[in-house]
Design a binder for this molecule. Structure first.
Ligand code: UDP
Length: 236
């Protein structure tokens, strides 16, 4: 597999073309941003950790019948992926109130949501990723009603699998964000699943083990990421 020209550089990853039109290489960086780029920094070895966690989780989800863009882990920071036409919708699933849910609706942080909440956001940095419903998404032309139905159902299904997986590893899956794309007539899960895109709280202490440590300068950012990696990969 030959790594070709860079197709795209995002906040946490670069994407490269390969000599196969159907495949791209996703390279994970240590750069960290929060609050739509207003806060910037680096988290040592984050790229290595997030690649390892994402590859493990995508593999596990595939074993549960969920189709993802993962082909294989190529190196510490590189993931070989199916080339997706990314759907400009961020799907957020929530099990416990935190972050924007607390700010927007006044939930007390930590409130357990009896029914998980699934939300759609427009993937558009210039507009600050606004919350939207299906009609907005369709009017904007970013997806069809049928595709949005698939996305929401898939997110709910992934939530069930991930919640159980993390509970077995003594982590509460508070909330997380997913991105999907089109590939040869199918919708596949794309992007990454990592402490950058999820909130994890320790099952016993409620200690935050995710990007909130970076967002709110809580310290121990690297330790939190490597703790999640240890629990996900089952390392000692
Ligand atoms: N999230 C993300 N990228 C985004 C927005 C949110 O990965 O652009 C994740 C975030 O890490 C959290 C979940 O989605 O796990 C819900 O985020 P929320 O809406 O609470 O927004 P935030 O507090 O991150 O601004």
């Amino acid at each position: 597999m030959k790594k070709g020209t860079q197709l795209y550089e995002g906040k946490a990853k670069k994407v490269f073309l390969t000599d196969d039109n159907d495949l791209v290489i996703q390279e994970f960086k240590d750069d960290a941003t929060a609050f739509n780029n207003k806060k910037k920094g680096t988290i040592a070895d984050k790229g290595v950790v997030n690649n390892a966690i994402s590859c493990k989780l995508f593999t596990m989800l595939e074993e549960h019948g969920i189709r993802t863009h993962l082909v294989e882990k190529l190196s510490d920071r590189e993931m070989l992926c199916r080339h997706l036409d990314i759907i400009k919708v961020e799907v957020v699933a929530r099990n416990i109130a935190a972050g924007s849910l607390v700010k927007r609706y006044g939930f007390a942080e930590g409130t357990v949501l009896e029914n998980p909440i699934i939300e759609l956001y427009l993937k558009d940095d210039d507009l600050d990723d606004p919350l939207m419903n299906e009609s907005h998404a369709v009017a904007l032309g970013v997806a069809t009603f049928e595709e949005l139905f698939v996305l929401k159902n898939c997110a709910a299904e992934i939530n069930v699998v991930l919640k159980q997986f993390f509970a077995e590893r003594k982590l509460k899956l508070v909330d997380f964000k997913l991105e999907f794309g089109r590939h040869k007539g199918e919708i596949l899960l794309g992007d990454e699943i990592s402490p950058d895109t999820c909130r994890f709280w320790d099952l016993e202490t409620n200690e935050k083990l995710d990007k909130d440590r970076f967002r709110f300068d809580l310290g121990g950012v690297e330790n939190a990421y490597s703790e999640v990696q240890k629990r996900v990969l089952g390392l000692d």
